[in-house]
Design a protein around this ligand. Structure first.
Ligand SMILES: [Zn+2]
Length: 386
């Protein structure tokens, strides 16, 4: 039996629904509420609860990039590590198609990714600005990777099927919003990217490079609301509550695979180099974990909501740029982190990060308690427990 404080949170402009399982053995009402309180205070202190967000710094305009290409960063939601990949080949047709795409050399699965936080409004700014959890305050005013590409000469599109307050940045060429996680299915972002990238479908010497950030609703609770029911067979009767939640969660993951496949197909429509980097904001706890935690943002971050998935997809022209070689250290590391996402994205886009070689950040941290009762502060991902 759980309780929701989403009603309270919506009154104070705090949009994440939080669920704690009060019947679980390890449930700590005090721990959970203390994390919530700290998170709210943090948002107020950092200005994140204001209607007008803090203004972001604009990177110096460099216009180093003029060749046509397409760079897309897709931010997922609540996808666990391994949520799509070789181990899900029997789950559905869309996972299978993505796996086949990678087998054909048109993509790569990254190692398990340490999330910047187990809360969307903390991990997304960290991921988009490339800052480690210890420098979270800077992520509220630092430019995103899309802002960096804008200054490098790209046309840029901000495409969100999520709460827009998670990250705000002015100055881009196109904005599209599906409303909130509940008002639009993720598939609706595909035609937007299709239209934005359409000029890249014909060979023309005068086409600007284009880049987009796409924020998905992904596997945000409640899982069965994230996909059209008609996409799957009717749910079996007499499922236990645990099996029902697991089935619905896995269907939301499989539906994300469908959306990623649609976006990857858009990459294939251009003769110019095009790639997509997918990384979810954090993972999720499921009833089968038996750890007393429900969904995410509970009394502590676990290995299930504190780690997540990263994957790359590209077209044939992108393979010919040789830039996929820059990923070799990331792809063979035991663990990467959200701190690695921005440098990887900018390197693949041909805009060099400050370091000359792409290597995973050492000893990654997560901005979350890893034990009930701890403060929401940076902790080592190696300390995450099931
Ligand atoms: Zn999230």
């Amino acid at each position: 039996m759980g309780f929701s404080i989403s009603a309270i949170s919506s009154n104070i402009n705090f949009s994440l629904p939080l669920y704690f399982d009060a019947s679980a053995q390890f449930f700590s009402p005090l721990g959970s509420l203390s994390v919530l309180g700290q998170t709210l205070l943090h948002r107020i202190a950092s200005g994140d609860l204001y209607l007008t967000p803090p203004k972001r710094h604009t990177p110096p305009f460099t216009k180093t990039h003029t060749e046509p290409e397409l760079a897309v960063l897709v931010i997922g939601e609540s996808m666990r590590a391994g949520g799509i990949g070789p181990q899900t080949i029997d789950r559905g047709p869309w996972s299978r198609a993505l796996i086949q795409r990678v087998e054909q050399g048109l993509g790569a699965w990254a190692p398990t990714t340490c999330a910047g936080s187990y809360a969307t409004h903390l991990s997304v700014p960290l991921m988009l600005t490339g800052l480690p959890p210890a420098r979270f305050e800077e992520s509220l005013t630092a430019p995103s990777v899309l802002g960096v590409l804008k200054s490098a000469g790209f046309l840029t599109a901000w495409i969100s099927n999520q709460d827009l307050r998670v990250f705000q940045e002015s100055g881009h060429d196109l904005y599209w919003s599906g409303g909130t996680v509940d008002s639009s299915f993720d598939e609706n972002v595909a035609p937007v990217l299709q239209a934005f990238s359409a000029p890249l479908q014909t060979r023309n010497s005068n086409i600007q490079p284009r880049a987009s950030v796409i924020h998905l609703a992904g596997s945000h609770f409640k899982y069965q609301d994230r996909y059209p029911a008609t996409e799957f067979a009717p749910e079996p009767n007499n499922l236990s509550a645990e099996s029902e939640t697991t089935l619905r969660y896995e269907r939301s993951e499989e539906y994300t695979a469908k959306v990623l496949l649609q976006l990857a197909n858009i990459l294939d429509q251009t003769p110019y180099p095009a790639f997509l980097l997918y990384s979810s904001d954090h993972g999720e706890n499921l009833p089968g974990d038996k750890n007393g935690l429900v969904a995410h943002l509970g009394g502590r971050a676990s290995i299930h909501d504190g780690t997540t998935i990263t994957a790359f997809f590209w077209n044939k022209a992108f393979l010919e740029t040789g830039r996929t070689q820059t990923l070799k250290h990331l792809l063979t590391a035991p663990l990467i982190s959200h701190t690695d996402i921005a440098p990887a994205f900018l390197t693949l886009a041909g805009v060099k990060p400050s370091t000359s070689e792409l290597r995973p950040a050492a000893a990654p941290q997560i901005l979350a308690p890893v034990e009930v009762g701890q403060r929401s502060a940076p902790h080592f991902c190696s300390d995450l427990k099931p």
